[in-house]
Design a protein around this ligand. Structure first.
Ligand SMILES: NC(=O)c1ccc[n+]([C@@H]2O[C@H](COP(=O)([O-])OP(=O)(O)OC[C@H]3O[C@@H](n4cnc5c(N)ncnc54)[C@H](OP(=O)(O)O)[C@@H]3O)[C@@H](O)[C@H]2O)c1
Length: 303
């Protein structure tokens, strides 16, 4: 175990699945003192099993980033934390026209205000300690606009802006702040945890066919090409052990391609490509809907 790892306490949010669970296991296996948190301890068995299989241990605690009492309780119990990984996040898909204000606020409460609250609660101990590292799991959607994900994308842009700002504020205290910006990767956020807005299928919405087309695009092209979650975890582990981590880590082929296009001033070409794919997926989805309707109308062959 290297000196960079020994005794370092790592607090991670959202460890019931995905990057959070896998990072908790990898960090515990590497010898970090891991505090793995999740909002619903009823889901802790997956993490317990994964820790057992890795022959590793971690403290498992309840922490809901939208619940200030749970934030304070964990931050007090485990003060000082050396490395904070703000990983918890939610996704609610749907056009900005259809998503409700409450849904949009819920996304911000988790993806942005939750991070702010927990970082405030933890950073005091890092300042006393004279060092610290905050890793914010943002998203490619925090760097470029993301169709039918305005709420998520805006919350992640806010998170990227927050990271950039506090990185400078915390420098005098020897606290590093890193923003991680993955493209699509195979975790529950694009499977069981992928929510659609309550008005997603509103028959009166001018967006209905495009909302559905976007889902078809996700199913046919985006999810099958998503990267492996472990690729992100490897980079988080690298950041944790780095003496001088970078400010940003863009992860995944899709994310590197999109950010390069943006850097080259070719955002319009990127948007055009996405738009073309969306229209094609919308046509495919409309044809499938028509076919289903036609099949339902067709009388059985023996009549
Ligand atoms: N996978 C991707 O393609 C991708 C790409 C870019 C960025 N990200 C970001 O990566 C982070 C981790 O997501 P993931 O991909 O690993 O997806 P995931 O498997 O869905 O994990 C999300 C985790 O966040 C937790 N969570 C949600 N709301 C919470 C709250 N209020 N308090 C505490 N925990 C909460 C979830 O808990 P429950 O089980 O209780 O819901 C779950 O443990 C997120 O911030 C996400 O935005 C993911």
């Amino acid at each position: 175990m290297s000196d960079n790892v020994r005794h370092k306490r790592v607090l991670i949010t959202g460890c019931s699945s995905g990057f959070g669970l896998l990072t908790a296991v990898e960090a515990a296996r590497a010898g970090y003192d891991v505090v793995a948190t999740m909002r619903n301890l009823g889901k802790a068995d997956y993490l317990r099993q994964a820790l057992d299989q890795a022959d590793a241990t971690a403290a498992i605690k309840r922490l809901d980033v939208t619940d200030r009492d749970s934030i304070e309780a964990v931050a007090q119990e485990y003060r000082p934390v050396d490395i904070l990984i703000n990983n918890a996040g939610i996704l609610t898909m749907g056009s900005f026209l259809d998503i409700t204000d409450d849904e949009m606020r819920t996304v911000f409460e988790t993806n942005y205000f939750g991070v702010v609250a927990l970082t405030r609660a933890v950073v005091g101990g890092m300042i006393e300690n004279g060092s610290g590292l905050v890793i914010n799991i943002a998203s490619l959607a925090g760097l470029i606009g993301h169709i039918f994900n305005a709420a998520y994308s805006a919350s992640k842009h806010a998170l990227v802006g927050f990271s950039k700002s506090i990185r400078q504020e915390l420098k005098p205290f020897n606290i590093n702040v890193v923003s991680v910006e993955p493209g699509y990767h195979k975790t529950e956020i694009i499977r069981a945890n992928a929510n659609v807005s309550e008005n997603f299928y509103d028959q009166d919405s001018p967006m209905l066919q495009y909302n559905r087309g976007f889902l078809r695009l996700m199913r046919d092209e985006i999810i099958p090409r998503a990267g492996e979650a472990q690729d992100v975890v490897k980079i988080i582990m690298k950041i944790m052990a780095a003496e001088k981590p970078r400010a940003h880590y863009v992860i995944g082929k899709d994310a590197r391609f999109a950010t390069t296009m943006q850097w080259l001033g070719l955002t319009c070409a990127l948007e055009k490509k996405i738009h073309t794919k969306l229209l094609a997926a919308t046509r495919r989805e409309s044809r499938r809907t028509e076919d289903r309707k036609a099949k339902r109308k067709k009388p059985p062959a023996n009549q």
